[in-house]
Structure formats: structure tokens, C-alpha cells
Design a protein. Structure first.
Ligand code: ZN
Length: 285
């Protein structure tokens, strides 16, 4: 009987933790895999305890779409506006005013996603660096936070950021690197975004150690949906598509790795994201 009670309380605690307020700081909600059921995806996100989503804008078209989508529900949605390194070649000097116009939309709370990706190398590296530098300038001119992407390009990425001089707050989104790389980012004053990569026992297990060393006021959570479905989800969803309603699973794994409750991690990561993206006004209105 006592055991039953303890088990019941554990389940209750788990579920109450699973409904702690969370903010998904990186969701590719304009992706066409959401075209058929975006309203239902948003409803499931709310039911799972999410209080806000920051929609990633990762190309000129994508940034405009993300801002437009954010305008449909200003209390629940905001957007970033940037050009991902994969699309770096589309950001020519002539296109800068177009990106600048989206960055001036009040629904846009950060510049990016921008950075360097030498893993795929879809765009020439010189184009990637140029697009990255331009976006850091646009962010600085507006004092907008920056949503950063880096893959297999750590040294150049750090070099570009350091050469850029003083910047607004920056988050290394979907951090997948080593503890040493995380330490470098923290010393540089960056925030760190953790996705369901940490739930992947094949390539993300090292992050279980890394997240123990990230101060709570620098740590934010994201799904990066539709990508990176957490592999630890039980039961496994029928589709491989990731969505904001699965963010509590990322929170569960990160909280366990840090030796804290889901509720505590939810509270700190939500406060951190609210501060980072300047969402305070939303939650007070
Ligand atoms: Zn990214």
C-alpha cells in the first residue's frame, strides 16, 4: 500500500512537472510538415504547458513567414529573423534591406538564425562568414538578441563573434558540442540552447555531463522541431516529426542530468528565456 502511495505521488509529481510553464526558444513552425495541422500543434503545445514559442526564421522567405505567423497570436508566438548558413548565398548586399525590414517587426525578438555550418557546407564558407557578419551588424544596430547556429565550425564561429566586438545577448542554439566548447561560449557571455539532441544515446550522451555546468540563468530549452524528435519519448510517436508538445521530454532529461526537478528547470529556463527575448511585457499583459 505504502509503495502504491509512493508510486502514485511519483506519477503525480512527474505529471505536475510535465506541465510546468516552458518556452520553446527554437521551433521551425513555418516548416511545411506543419501545414496540415498547425492549429492542433499549437493546441497540443499549450496543453503540454508551453507558455510561449519563438518561431525560427532561417531564410528571407522563412523569416517573413515566421513574423507573419507570430502576428496571429502575439501573446503565445514570437519570431526570429535571419538567414541560416545553409542559405547564406541568398543574403546579398541588395537583400539586406529586406531582412532589416523583418527585423524591425515588433514580433521579431531576435536576429538569426545565423552562424556557420561546415558540416553540410551547403553554401560556400566565404558566403557563410559574410552573411553571419552582416547579421551581427543588423542585430547590434537594433540591440536585438542573436540566435546563433554553429556546426563543425567552432573556431571560425568564435573568431567571427570576437572580431565583431561587443554584441547584444547571443544564444548558441541547439548546442551539441563538447564541454570545452560550452566553457568557451559561457566565458564569452553566450547563452546556450539545449534540444532533444541530449536524448540521443548515440551522439548526445556527452551533453548529459555538459548541462551540469551551464548556469541556470544561461540555459534555455528548445525542440528545433520538426527536427530532433527526442529518442527517449515513451511511447514513441507514430510520426518522426518533432513538435513543441515534446519539449517537456527535453526538460525531463535535462533536469535529471542536472539533478534538479523538472519544475525547477522549467521555472529557471522560462525566466531566462523571458529575460533573453524581452518577453516580460507579454506575460504582464
Ligand atoms: Zn540551427
Amino acid at each position: 500500500m505504502l509503495q502504491d502511495e509512493a508510486a502514485k505521488r511519483r506519477v503525480q509529481r512527474y505529471h505536475s512537472g510535465m506541465h510546468s510553464p516552458l518556452i520553446d526558444i527554437g521551433i521551425n513552425l513555418t516548416h511545411d510538415s506543419f501545414d496540415g495541422d498547425r492549429t492542433a500543434v499549437l493546441a497540443r503545445a499549450r496543453a503540454a504547458g508551453l507558455v510561449h514559442l519563438v518561431i525560427t526564421g532561417a531564410s528571407l522567405d522563412g523569416a517573413e513567414q515566421a513574423a507573419a505567423l507570430a502576428r496571429t497570436d502575439p501573446a503565445f508566438l514570437s519570431a526570429t529573423a535571419g538567414v541560416h548558413p545553409h542559405h547564406a548565398s541568398e543574403l546579398t548586399r541588395a537583400q539586406l534591406p529586406r531582412l532589416a525590414a523583418v527585423l524591425d517587426d515588433p514580433r521579431v525578438r531576435a536576429a538569426g538564425e545565423c552562424g556557420l555550418d561546415y558540416f553540410r557546407d551547403y553554401a560556400p564558407r566565404a558566403d557563410q562568414r559574410q552573411a553571419f557578419e552582416w547579421q551581427l551588424e543588423l542585430a547590434r544596430a537594433r540591440q536585438l538578441p542573436v540566435f546563433l547556429h554553429q556546426r563543425e565550425a567552432h573556431a571560425d564561429f568564435v573568431a567571427v563573434l570576437k572580431a565583431a566586438g561587443p554584441l547584444p545577448p547571443c544564444v548558441a542554439h541547439c548546442f551539441t558540442g563538447t564541454r570545452a566548447e560550452a566553457e568557451t561560449y559561457l566565458e564569452m557571455g553566450l547563452w546556450i540552447g539545449i534540444t532533444g539532441w541530449i536524448c540521443d544515446e548515440r551522439r548526445g550522451a556527452h551533453l548529459l555531463e555538459v548541462v551540469r555546468h551551464i548556469p541556470a540563468d544561461r540555459l534555455m530549452l528548445e525542440t528545433d522541431g520538426p527536427y530532433l524528435l527526442p529518442r527517449t519519448l515513451q511511447p514513441k510517436p507514430a510520426s518522426r516529426r518533432n513538435e513543441p508538445a515534446f519539449l517537456p521530454e527535453v526538460a525531463r532529461v535535462v533536469a535529471a542530468a542536472r539533478g534538479e526537478s523538472i519544475a525547477a528547470l522549467a521555472a529557471s529556463s522560462t525566466a531566462t528565456a523571458t529575460h533573453f527575448f524581452g518577453l516580460n511585457a507579454l506575460f504582464q499583459s
